[in-house]
Design a protein around this ligand. Structure first.
Ligand SMILES: [Zn+2]
Length: 306
């Protein structure tokens, strides 16, 4: 497989302050892991800055302007209890959008099979900015792909341990985007009940605190994977959060690296059948630096077909 790996120093400029779990070291630990010789064939891409036009596919102009207006010249500004802005946040957030849209272009035009975007800030909580998220990178990528490549069926699978309320809201009544999420419940942000189904295009699969990879795999095999096969997506996007790992400090699901290998393989299998193997995966959460690096390494290795 030809796999793209997006990274950029601008992502480190979003400074969330001392002790914040969503920190620049997350990307440093991923970069170190992906420096290993087994990743020599990764195609390393330095993404362009995203544009206001791309962001406005999902967010109104006042959302962008409110973030710009709140950015401090120095130090941190808290938009809510856990969503922080620093002087470099605008650049990082625009660059994250640029990465996922560039990945859509490269994968849709056949220059690569799949892509992993090691970006921050994450995105899937953003309808307003919340939960560490400013712009909803993956939702923007889906909307961008639909607009520019006229796709009729795009699937987003979100295995981050938190429910992607922003992504669900973006596509709630849009049957040409399937949004499927597994997440700990009850847990932040409080949405993601199985009864939230939109136009039949929203699939929420809650996991109880303490559940392991066995339950995770059973639920994907019983609910999400059959729904994907029925939907036959022309492009598969992954909100790849690794905070369902057993060592993650922000949640209580007990996945191991092998579970991330399994779900990546299953999604690749689906993509091979319906989307000419096209997958774009974008980083969401994952807050234990060692577990995050090891899980991303397994995920990317699997995307590469290794
Ligand atoms: Zn998360």
């Amino acid at each position: 497989m030809k796999t793209l790996y997006y990274s950029h120093p601008d992502f480190l400029l979003h400074n969330t302050g001392v002790g914040h779990p969503e920190c620049a070291d997350r990307l440093r630990s991923i970069a170190t892991a992906l420096d290993a010789t087994q990743f020599a064939n990764l195609i390393r891409v330095s993404p362009p800055l995203g544009t206001e036009e791309q962001i406005r596919l999902i967010h109104p102009l006042f959302h962008i302007e409110a973030i710009r207006a709140a950015i401090p010249e120095q130090g941190e500004y808290y938009l809510d209890n856990d969503t922080v802005l620093s002087s470099g946040s605008e650049k990082a957030a625009f660059r994250a959008v640029g990465a996922v849209c560039d990945a859509v272009d490269k994968v849709m035009t056949g220059r690569a099979d799949n892509a992993f975007c090691a970006i921050r800030p994450p995105g899937h909580h953003a309808e307003p900015a919340m939960g560490f998220c400013l712009f909803n990178n993956v939702a923007i990528a889906a909307s961008y792909a639909r607009r520019h490549y006229h796709l009729e069926r795009i699937a987003i699978v979100d295995f981050d341990v938190h429910h992607g309320n922003g992504t669900q809201a973006a596509f709630y009544n849009q049957p040409n985007v399937l949004y499927a999420s597994s997440h700990q419940m009850p847990h932040y942000p409080g949405t993601g009940y199985p009864t939230e189904t939109g136009a039949g295009n929203i699939i929420n699969v809650p996991l109880a605190a303490g559940e392991t990879g066995i339950a995770f795999r059973q639920k994907y095999s019983a609910i999400i994977l059959p729904a994907l096969r029925k939907f036959k997506p022309e492009l598969l996007l992954i909100s790849a959060g690794f905070d369902a790992h057993k060592d993650d400090p922000l949640a209580s699901i007990m996945l191991e690296e092998e579970d991330f290998r399994w779900i990546t393989q299953e999604l690749m299998c689906c993509a091979e059948s319906y989307s000419e193997s096209r997958i774009i995966s974008a980083l969401e959460g994952g807050y234990n630096l060692d577990a995050l690096a090891a899980s991303v390494a397994v995920h990317v290795k699997t995307l590469m077909g290794l």
